[in-house]
Design a protein around this ligand. Structure first.
Ligand SMILES: C[S@@+](CC[C@H](N)C(=O)[O-])C[C@H]1O[C@@H](n2cnc3c(N)ncnc32)[C@H](O)[C@@H]1O
Length: 288
């Protein structure tokens, strides 16, 4: 048991799986928002992990496979990509997308990142895009990623940065919790959206997992959307953690919560559209 929060890790992992099974279709259908939002940071992540032609790459928490397609393109026909995720539902979309794009060297495997069903020293590179912060035990996740890397192999993870630099996320969380009658949460609580955004924390976890040459780069990745309504549509269909908080409310109360979030976030409307601030951390390292 995690004493601090009294959560059984198996129960927490099962709840996380159910949450993403439910959000799977929404995340896939939001590809048109997610792809441009994360494209630049994704290319940086793949470069930092050393994803290159012919490489064998493990994609952890691959989701609907958006970055899997970028990896497959980079490694080319002589490379190989294994896309893994806790949620079998969302991973189906990764398999479909890879097949539709004609990538024959992509396989998928449902697997908890904290207990990868993968042999030791199998991969040249590991990436994990917006997944590690959801792990109840991210250190264990990083140890698993180190285990499956070849000596000298590269890793790069992408997580959300600090609460201050991610005001849209903090607004969504606090508004949802308030409407659900729940107390404010420590943003760094394990498994939360911003849990790895505490200064220095992710570097310490990488050190604990035995990596060397650890470097974290902060990247601005603002949303550029026509209106706040487009952002809210994305959140309503794909943001599992926010949807989960509002699950206990009846329809009218839930709608009031969504309307409140939209109203607060409309402060980021500009003359040329809606620009929501967002900061990501890319942490790159190498296995000894
Ligand atoms: C925000 S989505 C990111 C998906 C994809 N990497 C992307 O950027 O489009 C988070 C993903 O993390 C996965 N996830 C959460 N906890 C996990 C765990 N313990 N092991 C593996 N995947 C996990 C979820 O199932 C979900 O697909």
């Amino acid at each position: 048991m995690n004493k601090e929060f009294s959560v059984d890790p198996d129960v927490a992992t099962a709840a996380m799986r159910a949450q993403w099974d439910q959000a799977a279709r929404g995340w896939r259908e939001s590809g048109a928002v997610i792809r441009p939002w994360l494209q630049q940071a994704t290319q940086a992540m793949l470069g930092m992990a050393g994803v290159k032609p012919g490489a064998h790459v493990l994609d952890v928490a691959a989701g609907a496979g958006d970055q899997t397609l970028d990896i497959a393109k980079r490694v080319g026909p002589d490379g190989y990509v294994l896309a893994t995720d806790l949620s079998p539902e969302i991973l189906q979309f990764a398999a479909q997308q890879a097949a539709a794009a004609g990538h024959r060297n992509v396989e998928t495997r449902a697997s908890d990142g904290q207990n990868l069903q993968v042999e030791d020293t199998r991969f040249d590179a590991v990436v994990c895009r917006l997944g590690l912060m959801f792990f109840g035990d991210p250190l264990q996740g990083l140890r698993e990623m180190a285990r499956v890397l070849k000596p000298g192999g590269g890793i790069c993870t992408m997580v959300f940065g600090s609460p201050q630099a991610n005001p849209c996320v903090t607004t969504l969380m606090s508004t949802a919790l308030g409407h659900a009658g729940l107390p404010p949460r420590d943003p760094f609580q394990p498994g939360g959206l911003l849990s790895l955004g505490k200064l220095g924390l992710i570097d310490d976890l990488f050190k604990g997992a035995g990596f060397r040459e650890i470097a974290t780069t902060s990247v601005a990745a603002p949303f550029h959307l026509p209106t706040v309504k487009d952002y809210m549509k994305f959140i309503r269909t794909s943001a599992g953690p926010i949807v989960e908080i509002l699950k206990s409310l009846d329809g009218v109360k839930a709608e009031a919560a969504w309307a409140d979030m939209e109203q607060v976030l409309s402060r980021y409307e500009t003359a040329t559209g809606w620009e929501g601030p967002n900061q990501l951390l890319l942490t790159a390292a190498r296995k000894s």
